[in-house]
Design a protein. Structure first.
Length: 319
């Protein structure tokens, strides 16, 4: 073998790990190996080690949850308790899939704020949410600058991961219990919530080139075609399917099949017992979504890490 061939062979070998790099996605749900009604939380891990926690909600068992590990960024789509975390599981696997033990209150801070304080993580949000989180961090001895804004049309990059916010049509009121005092009491008695602007979805670009769309709680929007697919070209989507409060299985499958058109999708926010014994429950909304969707649907079984390449294809950990 001459010198040129040797150099070419070495270069090819060195290139293999870079081509094989994947983004790891780990669901932090209520019960190991299942997809349960309250499950929202996902951890995305870039090959460079940056870890992004998405909507920790009630299934992350507080800041000491041993499943968390290092957290660099927390994303919050909106202020509802099942995403922000007004309460949380007593411990991983507390209760049952259909009846989780979410008896630990996180008020008035929220699960998100408590995790951010413990992990010294950035909280990235859009709309008018950052001042709320900045005030909570400051009140608890944290750094208000760790609450970062990525408003519609803009982005921030943390640890090599680019984070942009996109449209999500959903309510976004702040529970008065987070506000407290006479003002919070008066608001609660009047039946009104605090205004922190619009809910948001996210588009993440990882160092591998993988682009991921996080829908949050949204209905069908033209932006899912024009922006998420047309501009960002998302290859992996995380799509809410629960109906009533968000898109149902038929609407969610339309978003995936006709608008975003990713290579694959992770089901989310089913508001039901989606699996029994790790298998999709017959007659469930989860099953209906899988049947109606034209790309591979991956069910987020708690604690089961999935890996995705730059093209949005699952390369490991997916059933």
């Amino acid at each position: 073998m001459n010198a040129i061939h040797r150099i070419a062979s070495v270069a090819a070998l060195l290139a293999i790990p870079a081509l094989a790099q994947t983004v790891k996605v780990t669901p932090l749900g209520g019960i190991d190996g299942e997809f349960c009604p309250q499950d929202r939380a996902l951890i995305f891990e870039d090959p460079n080690g940056t870890r992004v926690l998405y909507d920790p909600g009630r299934t992350v068992a507080g800041a000491t949850d041993p499943r968390l590990g290092k957290i660099d960024v927390i994303l919050v789509t909106h202020m509802h308790g099942d995403h922000l975390g007004n309460a949380h599981n007593k411990a991983p696997n507390s209760g049952a899939c259909d009846k989780p033990d979410t008896s630990v209150s996180a008020m008035p801070n929220s699960n998100v704020v408590n995790i951010a304080l413990a992990k010294k993580a950035k909280i990235v949000t859009g709309s008018e949410m950052p001042p709320f989180f900045a005030a909570k961090l400051k009140a608890n001895g944290g750094n208000p600058a760790d609450s970062m804004l990525a408003r519609f049309g803009g982005s921030v990059t943390v640890g090599g991961v680019r984070i942009a916010t996109v449209t999500a049509l959903h309510s976004n009121g702040v529970d008065p219990d987070y506000i407290g005092g006479d003002l919070g009491k008066a608001m609660k008695e009047a039946g009104i919530a605090g205004d922190v602007g619009l809910a948001t979805g996210y588009v993440l670009r990882f160092t591998t080139g993988l682009v991921v769309y996080l829908s949050g709680d949204t209905g069908i929007t033209a932006d899912q075609d024009l922006v998420v697919r047309g501009h960002y070209n998302a290859k992996l989507a995380v799509m809410n399917i629960g109906d009533g409060f968000t898109t149902g299985p038929a609407e969610a499958s339309y978003v995936i099949n006709m608008l975003v058109k990713p290579a694959s999708v992770i089901a989310s926010h089913a508001n039901e017992v989606g699996t029994v014994g790790g298998k999709v429950r017959a007659g469930s909304k989860t099953e209906a979504f899988i049947k109606a969707t034209q790309v591979p649907v991956h069910v987020p079984l708690s604690g089961k890490t999935m890996e995705f390449d730059a093209n949005g294809k699952c390369t490991a950990g997916c059933a």
